[in-house]
Design a protein around this ligand. Structure first.
Ligand code: FES
Ligand SMILES: [Fe+2]
Length: 387
């Protein structure tokens, strides 16, 4: 391979490796203000590809340290990474595919229920029933390569009734034959900044300038129609912006292109693009890792350009560049947020951010699972901005 190709491939590889940054280059933790967290919902904890048989993996979710694994029967589990006996992380222990064993005194736990199965120190003189002891186990389900973990409100008891739980989120797919990709990036800001950054239309021409996407000069006035949906809002089906190159590419099918974008609490943005029987679908989540940091995860599936060779690595390459542009901006923003400045939301470009905060407040004020007591939108509305 010629040195130029080698260099190019090396650069591509580097670009696809998203640095997971919540510290400065000198290793100093970047931490801005905290956000209130939404409990009683599903969040992606990690990619299930890291859950190898007989191995334990760790993740932090809503400030809760988790230990995750996959049982011999294939089922994934998530427990609080803390032994109920003396608090040593269970991830330091052993896992044989059936039980997690604490490395301190050898208590054994069934990991999906958290039930203690054995306390090795008990003698024939003891009357303690080990099976009445539980480590904290969280409902955990695998979808689209994510281990989704249901995080109940603190103190609500470990056994939130099944019927009370929301559905596990899943990426919409319209046909069996499709390709998929996944991207992730740590963001050194709280979940609120991560989410309003995600839905912010005005940063596009400045943050996402690239020859293959759009230029700053392509900024133009736009009108978008929004409508309320349960626990969120929808940018109604519309022809996507003519000033973004990837959308223009879909023109080759000679069919009308239509895109619908939803935001739904606590943290999910879905985008569906349809062009005849061709489609692209993505699910983006901004998940609180701690109260002051978050992570963006994107899973996507598509059947557009199905036969184009190397499309998945090409899509990953450009997708990673796009997310990296947001990440770099938020790392810079985090420097400012450290000083807790007062912030501004303006009309109409920041209207979706205002709806998000109002929806979140309504959710925090609502005790039961179901419809929010108050939706910030009375009905469909048109917003105008330049981007
Ligand atoms: S601390 Fe886990 S068994 Fe004692
Ligand atoms: Fe962005």
């Amino acid at each position: 391979m010629s040195p130029r190709w080698h260099l190019l491939l090396r650069q591509c590889y580097r670009e696809c490796q998203m640095p997971q940054l919540t510290t400065t280059e000198n290793g100093v933790a970047i931490q801005g203000p905290t956000a209130t967290l939404i409990y009683d919902d599903w969040y992606p904890a990690l990619r299930t590809s890291v859950l190898q048989r007989g191995k334990l993996a760790t993740a932090m979710l809503l400030d809760i340290p988790l230990v995750l694994g996959r049982r011999s029967d294939g089922r994934v589990f998530a427990m609080r990474d803390s032994c109920p006996h003396r608090g040593i992380p269970l991830s330091f222990g052993w896992f044989d595919g059936e039980r997690v064993t604490c490395r301190y005194h050898g208590w054994e736990f069934e990991p999906c229920s958290g039930k203690c199965a054995l306390i090795p120190s008990l003698s024939s003189h003891d009357h303690l029933d080990a099976t009445r002891i539980f480590a904290t186990a969280f409902p955990c389900e695998e979808r689209d390569g994510h281990a989704w973990v249901y995080v109940p409100s603190p103190g609500s008891g470990k056994n939130a009734e099944n019927s009370d739980r929301r559905k596990v989120p899943e990426l919409t797919k319209f046909s069996g034959r499709h390709r998929t990709a996944f991207l992730s990036a740590d963001l050194p800001c709280n979940v609120d900044h991560g989410i309003i950054g995600l839905m912010d239309p005005a940063h596009g021409p400045f943050v996402h300038q690239a020859w293959w996407w759009r230029s700053r000069a392509s900024i133009r006035e736009k009108t978008k129609r929004f409508e309320p949906i349960p626990e969120g809002f929808r940018m109604s089906a519309h022809a996507p912006s003519g000033n973004s190159a990837p959308y223009k590419l879909l023109g080759v099918y000679g069919q009308p292109v239509e895109t619908t974008i939803d935001f739904v609490l606590p943290n999910r943005r879905t985008e569906i693009i349809c062009c005849g029987d061709k489609w692209f679908s993505s699910l983006t989540t901004v998940t609180p890792v701690t109260a002051s940091t978050c992570r963006i995860d994107v899973v996507a599936a598509w059947n557009v350009f199905y036969r184009v060779p190397f499309l998945t690595p090409i899509a990953k390459f450009f997708g990673a560049k796009f997310v990296r542009q947001d990440q770099v901006t938020m790392i810079q923003q985090a420097q400012g947020l450290r000083h807790n400045p007062s912030l501004m939301l303006i009309d109409d470009a920041d209207k979706p951010a205002k709806w998000y905060f109002a929806l979140k407040q309504s959710r925090l004020d609502t005790t039961s699972i179901g419809a929010l007591q108050k939706h910030p939108m009375d009905g469909p509305v048109e917003l105008h901005w330049r981007s």
